[in-house]
Design a protein around this ligand. Sequence first.
Ligand SMILES: [Cu+2]
Length: 635
Amino acid sequence: MSTEVVGLGRRRFLNTAALTGLTLGVAACNDKPETAPAASGPSAAAPAAHASSATHLKPGELDTYYGIWSGGHTGDMRILGLPSGREIHRIPCFVPDALVGWGLTNESKAVMGTKPDGSLRYTVADTHHTHASYKDGNYDGRYAWINDKINSRIARVRLDYFVCDKITELPNVQGFHGIFPDKADPVDPAINYTTRVFCGAEFAIPLPNNGGDINNPEKYRSMFTCVDAESMEVRWQVLIDGNCDLTATSYDGKLAATNQYNIENGVHYEDMMSSERDACLFFNIARIEEAVKAGKFKTVGTSKVPVVDGTRESNKDPKTALVAYVSVPKNPHGVNASPDAKYFICAGKLSPTATVIELSKVLDWFDGKLPELDKAIVAEVEIGLGPLHTAFDGRGNAYTTLFLDSQVVKWNVDAAIKFHAGDKTAKYVVDRLDVHYQPGHINASQSETRAADGKYLAVGCKFSKDRFLPVGPLHPENEQIIDISGDKMVLLADHPVRGEPHDFIIFKRDLLKPKQVYDINDFPLAIKDSKESGVTRNGKKVTVKITSQAPAFSLREFTVKKGDEVTLILTNLDKIEDLTHGFAIPKYNVNFIVNPLETKSVTFMADQPGIFWCYCTHFCHALHLEMRTRMIVEA
Ligand SMILES: [Cu+2]
């Protein structure tokens, strides 16, 4: 008999007693469920002998995988090397960064967005999900995208230079959470790469949100948004019932999906858990874009973005429906597309189940060939308490985090389908591994691509408790690396991370070809010859042009007058890889770096007279300390 049948009582408890159950479940989450099957093999034991050598690279040895992590509150994207788990880089996106000068230079402010007075529109963010552009079902190394849940923004990162180059604020939504690029065009087979990015919004709001309908929560609505991958403009939005959470896309480009945990449209906590089943929504991309083309849309408030009607009432006829609402047990979290392109998997969160939805059957429903939409569900099986997110190994197995059980469960998708179809001898749970503690996101190497290779699994544990040296009340989170190449999962390593990364992807290093020196011609303000350095004045507006070449700035000093608006442009003429300079101006709150052949500018009011030693802040040369220029502000 499958181990799943053991302890059904406790597992169902959470399903049927939502409120009390969740509270008790979380309170008791330190305890191992007494009914959980005994962890066997290396799950409960110390890491296997070979395990530590897998993650400890020799000095100078490079990792074989890149990991792209969201930074959470720090509003950045983090680049890790795997299997070592070493953090290599942070890419500031939504929040100012003192090293790069992000949010301080004119170029980064233009990306981040400013108020009329030139100050940043937002200085806080909450990045959760990050995904990269596809071609032929695998990552193509062009872009990665990341969300800001607080201010409903999407940022794009260029993966040639590892910099954020565009940020778009989504209209008409709050709580933008799930994000996923498409993998192909739904109509044109020649477009076998990403051209759209889909964004799910969690919080329903009055539309337009300008003070009306505050007391009519039944009128609050959420939207699903499509952003153009190249222009980063919002293409269209779909008005829905309930909310969006995570997002996934099919390999054929035809469908995008979002799981929905608040089918009730509740505005209070208690209201969001009354229904036994919520939903996974499937968006028919071709039909939505036909509707937009045919003018079958409205706009909301001051936004000009076309909004099509994806509500249940308007989408009952499968032949014309833009959206399909497949039912999924209570408050699901996470929807993931399997690398064989056949299934979407939703995890139950408040239900101990995973639901497997077959893509071809959803397409059949849209074609009028499947009378009952929920017949697209080919498995709904119990896997453990608090299932959240699922990763894949490319060998037919799924790996789902169990938040309340503090485990990862490895289960076989085909066996789960057989079990659901009535074969009670089908043992779909393959292995369980304790993780430390309360895991949220999970991903495997190449997991969400056709090239899923089943080597490494990373698990983002939300609590670390006793796993690291104590550092006061704020604990780091624990990113754990697991070897999934064999039948049994083997825990390889713990890594503390500053709160709080959510989602991440892991892919082979040869999919990226980063450039390590800039092209000077990419910068319109570039000062290509140090002889162009100097000060030019246009009334009260002063431009200062400086170049850096180790160990000196081109100007030994420069003079402006109190009351001037100064724009300082700095080009780093050093062409050598890794030769970055910095530029700080004391008392003027200025600090930024320029990488080889990069140009940046800052604009400030010269409001304090005196002498200000501008110095290089990024160690560059034996004479780094001497690398300075004197800013003279005349009274
Ligand atoms: Cu320097």
